[in-house]
Design a protein around this ligand. Structure first.
Ligand SMILES: [Zn+2]
Length: 161
């Protein structure tokens, strides 16, 4: 395979892959080699650095390989989507927190005790919220008491107290 630097009559440069240079010439004569940018079939080999080097002069620095291909602009929609998902989650969390606050009674540190009293029917069933340590939460769950650990945003809590 031979990789050739090619140029169309509109001075677009691109790479072409051919079995040999004769192969390239034959394809150009039949108009089979076209510029990928404008479709121009008037294509010739670009004067390349190695060719200049044959004259004994110092070769100019090789061109950046990216020049031959149209550079793809990064679409990069991801950070925006992630931000939208994050905002949606935060809105859902705020809504849930507001519902919990509206439908439950704050029993504070007495939560494990009160949860047990409700569970064992000592007091009428109602929704409560409060604080519990990890160990207390585990003990309550072991006793079959349903609870939902949730972090209520501070700014929602405070105006109610
Ligand atoms: Zn072109």
């Amino acid at each position: 395979m031979k990789v050739l630097d090619l140029q169309c009559s509109a001075a677009h440069t691109f790479e072409g892959w051919f079995g040999s240079e004769q192969d390239f010439c034959a394809q150009v004569e039949r108009g089979l080699v076209q510029c990928p940018f404008c479709g121009d079939a008037t294509v010739h080999k670009k004067l390349s650095a190695p060719r200049l080097n044959l004259s004994g002069a110092k070769a100019p620095p090789a061109e950046a390989p990216g020049e031959l291909a149209p550079r793809r602009q990064g679409t990069a929609p991801l950070p925006t989507q992630e931000a939208e998902v994050g905002q949606a989650l935060q809105r859902a969390w705020l809504r849930l927190s507001q519902q919990v606050l509206a439908r439950t009674e704050d029993v504070g540190d007495g939560f494990p005790e009160e949860a047990r009293r409700i569970h064992y029917g000592e007091v009428p069933e109602r929704g409560i919220r409060g604080k519990a340590t990890q160990a207390e939460v585990r003990a309550l769950l072991d006793e079959g008491i349903d609870l939902l650990p949730i972090a209520i945003p501070e700014h929602l809590k405070n105006p109610l107290q």
